[in-house]
Ligand binder design. Structure first.
Ligand SMILES: O=C(O)CCC(=O)C(=O)O
Ligand SMILES: [Fe+2]
Length: 270
């Protein structure tokens, strides 16, 4: 059952109005136990043109976009508090070297069974207000990954349970994500295997700085992606967003202690 985007945004606006007017009952109507902490309030974004944030073009990859500083440090702190709000601890499941919390339903099923938590609806509202998703592409499911350095994620593709539009907000730490052509290997996302030196050279790398937004859609969704198991990343000449992420080829970038990724996906096509 797809989420009604208009209703979701109206509910979020109503909750914010209530929170701003000091109405604790209103503030508590958020959609999950994450409501127990202060609500995540996000200023509406200015409309952006994805053409200005296309980082795939120079690698011949369509559908790869990187928006630096999509959220502010205050918003980042508020989202992190929402991720760790009382009642959320039981949501975490270990997956190889990382922990994952799922909201919206079971990842392997196309059914959406619960509303998104408030920190996610706020982020989603920010993404929607920037004009980069529409009724057809708006996410209805969110996964939060927690990586304690040097943890990464094995090469995988996100499979066909999801529609080919993914938006990822990075919080806390940085990481370099590699993209490879899809060689047809299984969509194993089990973290048993590192992106090691045997992996062929990636066709693109994107340095994910804290507070950035990554979008991979269409052709880019079809690629495999992964994050190496290491404390420090080195930007290579494949790093397609080097300039906008402020690195030069050969630069070392510390991961930071813990990185969170809020991964927005859409279940069900059309
Ligand atoms: O942490 C990230 O940015 C990537 C996560 C990812 O690829 C996934 O959850 O499928
Ligand atoms: Fe993925």
């Amino acid at each position: 059952m797809p989420v009604d985007m208009k209703a979701l945004l109206a509910r979020e606006r109503e909750r914010r109005r209530a929170a701003a007017s000091g109405d604790p009952a209103g503030a508590a109507t958020a959609s999950s136990s994450a409501a127990a902490t202060a609500p995540v309030v996000m200023a509406p974004r200015a409309k952006i043109s994805l053409r200005d944030f296309d980082v795939g073009e120079r690698a011949g990859v369509r559908g790869l976009h990187y928006v630096p500083d999509f959220i502010s440090p205050d918003e980042e702190r508020a989202v992190l508090a929402g991720i760790h709000a009382p009642g959320t601890e039981s949501r975490w499941v270990r997956s190889g070297r990382r922990r994952v919390a799922n909201y919206g339903g079971v990842p392997s099923s196309s059914e959406v069974t619960e509303p998104l938590p408030q920190f996610a609806t706020s982020l989603l509202e920010a993404i929607a207000s920037a004009g980069i998703v529409n009724e057809r592409t708006a996410p209805n499911h969110v996964l939060v990954n927690e990586y304690v350095a040097p943890a990464g994620i094995s090469p995988h593709n996100d499979g066909d349970v999801y529609a080919p539009h993914v938006a990822i907000v990075t919080l806390g730490g940085a990481a370099l994500m590699d993209f490879w052509p899809n060689d047809g290997s299984v969509t194993a996302d089990d973290d048993r295997r590192d992106c090691d030196e045997r992996e062929p050279t990636p066709i693109a790398q994107v340095l994910l700085r804290p507070r950035s937004l990554l979008l991979y859609t269409g052709d880019a969704y079809g690629l495999r992606h992964g994050i190496r198991h290491r404390d420090v990343d080195v930007a290579t000449d494949r790093c397609v967003n080097a300039a906008v992420a402020g690195v030069e080829i050969g630069d070392e970038v510390e991961r930071g202690r813990v990185r969170y990724s809020v991964v927005f996906v859409r279940k069900g096509h059309g």
